[in-house]
Design a protein around this ligand. Sequence first.
Ligand code: NAD
Ligand code: MG
Length: 341
Amino acid sequence: MATISYEKDADRSLIASRKVAVIGYGSQGHAHALNLQDSGVDVRVGLREGSSSVQKAEAAGLRVVSIDQAAAEADLVMLLLPDTEQRSVYEAAIAAHLEGGDALFFAHGFNIHFEQISPPEGVDVGMVAPKGPGHLVRRAYTEGGGVPALVAVAQDATGKARALAVSYAAAIGATQAGVLDTTFSEETETDLFGEQVVLCGGITALVQAGFETLVEAGYQPESAYFECLHELKLIVDLMYEGGINSMRYSVSDTAEYGDLTRGPRIVDDRVRAQMREILAEIRDGRFAEEWIAESRGGRQRFHELRERGRRHQIEQVGQELRAMMPWIAAGRQRPEDASGG
Ligand code: NAD
Ligand code: MG
């Protein structure tokens, strides 16, 4: 059975006795820094000189210093830069300041698991990974709740690394919802698999292919949009609230019969074989190697694919239809909250 920690399991005195540096002020960074500060933790934000986030963080009442100074002052460094940037910033401004007994924390296992960053012995290496985007981590906290999180330990130098991670998780609100023990490899591999196969890659490819099939067959793009994209939220909300059974209970018998008999024809043995192949690429490091090389090489292919996605017909149709449903746009996240992780 999984170990899940709640508020009563957290020793808040551990994080309270630390000087914490939150490096980066993006989706996760702003939420961690503000929640820690509101929980009474001694926190400073480390940003590069000239960063546009300096003003935002200061306006929110946080103390902002250079990354180098933040790491020098702190005995717990939480690295919340994009995963592809972490290694160079770590080497340039953080590594030299890590001393025995310090802690280096992450919100995703990528750089430790794929050995991009190798912290010195004597340092606790831990993870507190909220299972939700930063704006939710902040909003749930301000509403008295929290977003669930995973905790893991890659190196336990003090013997207290896990307890410190749970304490940190409590201070950002996660113990209100539940904090699940995992490992760096499980978190990294399942996170990448989930976003590639189901949450981001699988679902967008399914929606686009369904839309294209209807439009090719001569149906109105607007009908195809409502059917293949708009209604998805209603179905996902039902699954989120009560599981797949409860969703099936809510739809018509006709929809349920179509689901049960046609779903397995869409996700067939060939698709399952691809899922296993994608998992193998994640586990043996091929995906990480490819993405690190793409990032170092200027991200040309990434930008081309992104542009192609932005020009897809479903985006134009959707923009026009959503303009007639202003309540949808009102709930939209800001772009800085939208990155995955
Ligand atoms: P982000 O892209 O939103 O923010 C990164 C911040 O780093 C920004 O403030 C940016 O200005 C700054 N930055 C970028 N490059 C830099 C550089 N070279 N030097 C200094 N600063 C730089 O990142 P994020 O989505 O918050 O991700 C941070 C970590 O959290 C990652 O490890 C990610 O995997 C993890 N994570 C993210 C989410 C999510 O929903 N966004 C969820 C769970 C975990
Ligand atoms: Mg994720």
